[in-house]
Design a protein around this ligand. Sequence first.
Ligand code: SF4
Length: 488
Amino acid sequence: MQFPESNITSPLSEKTNNKRHFLANKPQFYLHCPSTEAPIESLWEIAAQRLQLLQEIDKLRSRGASFQELTSAIEKFLFLRRQQNEYYSYENIITDRLYDTESRDVLSHYLLRLAFCKQQNAQAWFLQNETVLFQWRLENSPPTQIDTLIDQLQAVWSDEEISLRKVVKNLDQDPEFAQLYHRLYQKLPSSMTLLLYQVPFEQVPELLRHRSVIIRSGYAYLFSEQLTSFLVSRFRSVLSKGLGVLRKMEHFAEEQEQLNLLLESLRESQKFFVNQFSSYSLKDAENLEKAIHLEDLPQAMFHMPLCMFRLMKRLEQNHHLKHGARLQLGLFLKDCGLSMDESLHFWKTEFSKGGISSDKFDKEYAYAIRHHYGREGKRASYTPFSCMKIIQQRPSAHEEHGCPFRELNSASLDTLLQTYGVEEAGCRASIVQKAQEGHFQVACGMTMQMKKTGQQIATSSEEFSPTTTHPNHYFFDSLATKENLSHS
Ligand code: SF4
């Protein structure tokens, strides 16, 4: 069935007719715990809807979707959910106290916060996807909403914490500032009185990099439309702190049986999603007719994420890899489609170039490969590692596995990216900077995006930050992009 594109309006623009889905509510920092009472079935309903939307966002992010693609997918999702709610008379089962979209929004956010604050991975997952939801809402909000958000922050944060001030600049009385304005924008504004936001310059690295902001005496002066990335990073940090605080007091929910049951169910549902989503199994690959074989490996290398590309290169140069690297790469190749016999052949051929005899290989290395395929030991077929798992490993200085965005210094990462095919120095610099800031999966998503487009990501999508969650996912998405390109 064709989706009725033309009927879709931005959910935020539906404010006036009260038909807005609660997940399209205005952006907010969720600074206060809700005190609303609500029937448990309503809580189940709104929490499940929020979780589904975050899962949709997560899938799109990991495919490296652009912010525009993400926006249209969220709008479609909310459109369909709203239709469904109306069909099932959902409005009727929500009590008056829960009728307004804001209460539903706040409650559903806190329910998921409560469910996911316990466990680090779930917490990180929630944080990333809620941040995208916040950004999407922000991008769809009128400018007055930005002032409201800043007022919210100013009201609860100390001066040192928020460090953002609204200032009025009269250019007639401040010729030095007028000069800076003129130098940056090549003209003077129509009005000599400007309303600006003053913020320590280190808090807006994106704007600094693009040299698109006035800097004076250690402060950046922003117009309201330049505040998006600042507010998004504030949201992330407020939520991250909130999750930490909640984790310490989370036991109170355990005393309430009904609520505890709901939270457990949300955790299970999220775990199921992550497992299903991150296990890009061989079966899936074959179904998609995308499985690769031994002869495809040389061409396939450039579709592998940087962690696997680096190991393939090391193997090519040294004809040997240590245990951790063999495990990381071996399981990855297995789920890319390499059969056990192909894997044995592949590793044996490479190791023989380094002087390891066939006999030694059979005795010392072949067992582990058969083990990965469930033919030895417990006979369990092992799944490849997700990004989270790879990033959490900390290899020693002599080992090669792990995530290069985390393990390599700036110069080595830059060189590796160059070998990988990111030719533009500016692109490499942005990726390296993201990695240095600790956003390893975002840096990886940017690498994929830059390879796709062959150029620096536009500011809006850079702020949106595509994120990689699984190396096999990255690989098949990169292959699919190549196929799409060759068919277009
Ligand atoms: S983010 Fe994930 S896929 Fe990318 S290099 Fe790191 S571990 Fe590999």
